[in-house]
Design a protein around this ligand. Structure first.
Ligand SMILES: CC(C)(COP(=O)(O)OP(=O)(O)OC[C@H]1O[C@@H](n2cnc3c(N)ncnc32)[C@H](O)[C@@H]1OP(=O)(O)O)[C@@H](O)C(=O)NCCC(=O)NCCS
Length: 291
């Protein structure tokens, strides 16, 4: 049981009008917990959180819920439903009301939704220093799958011999989705198509074949490749990584060491967790902050 008396809480679907209140709570929750542990906040300011949540609350492919207590919004949660695996986050609770059961209710709401929609599994990425979120997700059935290192900087090597990196085009979708199915057992075609449309997606070619792709090199993009060489070519192709950084699976020692030897710095440790279907990836990959 939570240490505080449990407040009366109602969960309802989020609307775009909830964006400002939820975005402010999102920023307050992340900045408070990060500062308490001496880490930089994932979000530069409340306006970024408000923009992010307002977008998620009004875009098809996201299922968003808010928690209300005494007719006041006290937290929110989002389920990304674009792939057969659904992803959770951001979930944030007003710091004054944390550890009183609100987060558990918001997690249960999106897990129920994913089950109703027949998702093969649910995944999320958690700040490894945060005892409370780790405990909450583990008690809800999420397994720890991968320690991650959030990394930022610019690689000293600016290209990899034999690899060509270029912007992804709609014609690349078939090869990229096939690669994702080969590595992960499922594709993320909707996210890829969106990223190609937005102009952030890239592919790497080796021997006239697509051997890797990224939707965006940064916090909100995922990347999948046949080998570390292909991933290194993608990483070397950009000036910097969007947001706090890329998420490197820490057990991929060769890639982690290559990143550090190339001048990238570890910003913070994170953890990928999952329920339901999970295949050990058969290739090189970087998850997004969602999964
Ligand atoms: C993480 C967060 C969403 C959880 O929501 P919450 O309302 O505070 O959490 P809840 O009270 O519903 O659940 C916390 C659970 O962890 C347990 N817990 C907390 N600290 C613990 C610890 N050190 N060891 C073991 N269990 C612990 C609590 O007892 C509770 O379990 P219970 O329901 O069985 O009593 C919220 O604290 C938050 O917004 N944090 C800041 C932002 C953030 O980190 N978001 C998550 C991003 S991945």
């Amino acid at each position: 049981m939570s240490s505080k008396a449990q407040p009366d809480v109602t969960i309802r679907i989020a609307t775009s009008e909830d964006g400002p209140a939820c975005g402010q709570i999102c920023y307050d929750a992340f900045s408070t917990i990060s500062a308490a542990h001496g880490f930089p906040c994932d979000l530069p300011g409340p306006e970024v959180a408000i923009g992010l949540l307002s977008m998620m609350f009004s875009t098809p492919g996201f299922y968003a819920v808010v928690a209300e207590s005494d007719s006041r919004i006290v937290g929110s949660n989002v389920l990304a439903e674009q792939a057969v695996i659904h992803g959770v986050g951001p979930i944030t609770i007003d710091p004054k009301l944390q550890n009183a059961g609100v987060g558990r209710k918001l997690m249960q709401a999106v897990m129920d939704r994913a089950n109703q929609k027949g998702a093969a599994g649910i995944r999320l990425v958690q700040a490894a220093f945060h005892n409370r979120s780790l405990s909450l997700y583990a008690s809800l059935g999420f397994d720890i799958r991968e320690p991650l290192s959030c990394m930022q900087g610019q690689t000293r090597e600016r290209s990899i011999p034999g690899c060509i990196v270029r912007s992804a085009k709609p014609v690349d979708e078939v090869a990229c989705n096939a690669l994702s199915r080969q590595v992960h057992g499922f594709d993320r075609g909707a996210e890829l198509a969106q990223a190609i449309w937005e102009g952030t997606a890239r592919v790497v070619e080796r021997g006239d074949r697509v051997t890797g792709y990224t939707t965006n090199l940064g916090f909100f993009g995922h990347s999948t490749a046949e080998t570390n060489i292909d991933m290194q070519a993608l990483l070397a192709s950009v000036e910097s990584f969007a947001g706090p950084g890329i998420l490197v699976p820490s057990r991929n020692s060769a890639l982690l060491r290559w990143c550090m030897a190339n001048g990238l710095r570890i910003v913070q440790p994170m953890t990928l967790m999952s329920t339901g279907l999970y295949n050990e990836p058969a290739g090189t990959w970087l998850p997004s902050i969602v999964f």
